[in-house]
Design a protein around this ligand. Sequence first.
Ligand SMILES: CC(C)(COP(=O)(O)OP(=O)(O)OC[C@H]1O[C@@H](n2cnc3c(N)ncnc32)[C@H](O)[C@@H]1OP(=O)(O)O)[C@@H](O)C(=O)NCCC(=O)NCCS
Length: 441
Amino acid sequence: MSNTASNSTDSIAWFREASPYIHAHRGKTMVLCLPASMVAPERIDTLVADLILLSHLGLQLVLCFGLRSELDAQLTSSDQSASVVDDRRITTDAALTALLQSAGDVRARLEAQLSQGLPNTPMSGTHLSVCSGNFISAQPYGIHNGVDYLHTGTVRHVNAPTINSLLESGQLVVLPPIGYSPTGDIFNVKTEEIASEAAIALNADKLVYFVDQLPVDEAGTVIRQASSIEMNAAALNTDNKKIVNTLNCSVQSCKRGVARVHLVESNKPDALLKELFTRDGGGTLVTAGLWESIRQAQIQDVGGIIKLIEPMQQNGSLVTRSREQLELDIDSFMVCERDGMIVACAALFIPSDNADGYAQIACVATHEDYQGAGRADKLLLALEKRARTANITRILLLSTRAAHWFIQRGFNEVGVDTLPASQQSLYNAQRNSKVFEKLLK
Ligand SMILES: CC(C)(COP(=O)(O)OP(=O)(O)OC[C@H]1O[C@@H](n2cnc3c(N)ncnc32)[C@H](O)[C@@H]1OP(=O)(O)O)[C@@H](O)C(=O)NCCC(=O)NCCS
């Protein structure tokens, strides 16, 4: 195959892989937290290209940027007292002036880049409006361990309704590391904190921190996914204050309602798109702490469902389903998620014409460590409720090993000939499953 042909095959395969994620992210709010290096003149093009792409894919974006390295460069020689203590700058008058100037420069740079769209690409001329304002109110950070942090502040309030209405009107909202007090004072606020508080106030679906390095476990292996509780422990294993601070913000954001926080590497130009649109991602995902819920499955759950059902497929108690099939059928699944892990699942397939008033239950599974606590029972009840809502009067299912489990829950064994004609032709005689039926009242 020629190079061009194989490239185009790769692109098509990639596009297919990405399509469920494109669907899942549409209309979602995402807060991005970037270091100064990513908004520097030499790197801003890549960032802007990604922002335009994400906006066109329907994501609502809030961009928070830091200015730590810019200020370091400007102040090291001129103002030694504007040092960083415990990962927080002591903001002197000179540091505040430099901050305001740098923030203005970055904003102008962003506005200029976003105005010209993506030159020399098919998206050339696409325009994304940027908006910034006094959306963050702040209060002084104060004196800690005898150190007066001067014009350094912490977030007091985020004006979420205004930001939300700007996002809904298709604007990109930019939050510089600056907050304003009701008395008219200006404060330098840590960008990680602004991003976290904004994500919480906006009830954002995602918060993305761009970091120098991803967190690693004791063996030095990058942590790909962790609950906020596990991440708390991981944060203690490093003495890098910057990472600890970002991890703490991630954990707090999860605990206060942000479903997913992603850490991606700031020095890798493709890291964000890879994390958002590929199966394996490339960064670290932090999810909310120890909790359990029964809910509709989402495309991001496919990996978890596969992990759960694989052993049962191998031992023959469940039919084998490919990843692609699961992705296509994900709307039919409900899952039980515990501490970020899928511990049980079940599916209800309703034929699209619903002519016979029947639906099929399948893939009822509970992880062996979590069996015997009523999880499958709850999933079955939730699916029966869903079936009733869809005017289904008859549920069918096929099982090889769990006959009595279903009989105890009101199912009766029936013959294969009871299956609708379309299903009979698909019946796998080799599996020799028993067919069960439950009439819904
Ligand atoms: C069947 C299954 C889903 C039950 O999950 P669970 O979350 O443990 O179910 P619950 O907690 O609601 O019910 C537990 C009860 O079911 C019983 N049970 C578990 N597996 C059973 C089986 N194969 N046959 C009969 N009863 C079973 C348990 O002994 C327990 O009984 P008890 O309450 O009297 O102690 C789980 O065992 C499983 O994943 N099995 C493998 C996959 C499978 O066969 N799925 C069905 C095909 S679609």
